[in-house]
Design a protein around this ligand. Sequence first.
Ligand code: FAD
Length: 446
Amino acid sequence: MNLGQNPHPITLNKFHMEVAVIGAGVSGLATARALKSSGHRIVVFEKLNQLGGTWSFDPRVESDPLGLDPTREIVHGSLYKSLCTNLPRQLMGFSDYPFPESKNGSSGDNFPGHEEVLKFLNDFAAEFGLVELIRFDCEVVRVERVDSRNDVWLIESICSNQKSEEIFDAVVVCNGHHTQPRVATLPGIEKWPGKQMHSHNYRVPEPFEDQIVVVIGEGPSALDISRDICDVAREVHLSSRSPNVKVSKLVSGNNMWQHSKIDYVNENGEVAFQDGALVQADIILHCTGYNYSFPFLKTDGIVNMEHNRVGPLYKHIFPPKLAPNLSFVGLPYQTVVFLLIDLQAKWVTHILSGSGLLPSKEEMVAEVKEHYRQMEAKGIPQHHTHCLHLKFEYLDWLVNQVGLEGVSERVKISSSSYFKFAADNGLWKAKDWKPGNDIEESLSVD
Ligand code: FAD
């Protein structure tokens, strides 16, 4: 869309705003840094006592191992102790603040452990003076626009057990989306006598000693956790919903099998797969992803969550009716996450600072509808609304908005090479990837 020809763009009353940022993970830090550098006054609300969000490993698990009981005390983090990144370090930096290079150059070292990522984020926060902007132990419990004409936003928070209400000009929601488990629906599960848990509550392999475990999922967590537990478990059976998967023994472990989708489970403890195999299992481990959740957000139905689609959102960020004073950073997945977040944060800052203009509300609504229409035409399910399928169009669009042409070319070279290697060799082997494997393959991922 050519904004220069837009007759009714959204404009702002003031360029230096009081902005509330919710969360001090990657999204909150990148947003705080971008807003700060444009002269906005920011408060970052962080419910934990340290920054880093997902990357601050929390050994605690929840009382309900499936993470569904609404009365449970929620643990934000989902990292397991052995976790190394599933993207190489070349793809774990921001546009102008790269992730440190490998010290020993081995392929394993290309995928840093979570401690190194947390250190990177702490260094980033220290370098840009962000720590002093963060209110730790401060949970936001309500976000509501209280004056629609003047765009006045109320933030209610509980900081060290003290409730307070404050007014801001704008709110950027950066609360993450890897905390509310989504579980598989399994016929017969009500009477199945075994134990179930979600990867959100997986930390270490020891509790799986001598157990027969069925792991549902085909993403990096399912593969990583299967590998983690196969040294202690008696058997590990991976269940995938991809079509045409047949039962097979996996070379990566002598006690691991790949199966198709689960057909049903029985009260005698059996798990029946669509490939015909029957397994007497002790534990079913759901590595089946997460749902978006914004329990604090009161928008009178303007922003909805239906089938895990947060919408309507223009470019995954701005709800047209509340833009630009309410925005979301960090929703898309299956992408180069840190770069994406950095670019989104910079674009939100551009808009809030008046350096960029949004189209009119009607045009934004029309664009969102067109996005949904195209998804439907391609048969893409609604719950994939924020999935970028490792494609670059959206990153390119953001790069263009914030005037950082060139950034994406450098990242595309590494990501194209890595994603192609992973696709050709399977996720099991992806961590054998080394930079520079096939530079000439660059720029051709989509
Ligand atoms: P988060 O990291 O979740 O941070 C959100 C912050 O908001 C938290 O600190 C939380 O405490 C705070 N918060 C939430 N609600 C409130 C509230 N009401 N009030 C105040 N504060 C609040 N990405 C990669 O790039 N590479 C990887 O290898 C990779 N591996 C991953 C492995 C796992 C197991 C998981 C779960 C995710 C992985 N990711 C990976 C994705 C990861 O989520 C992102 O890298 C990144 O952490 C997202 O940052 P975020 O700030 O959006 O969310």
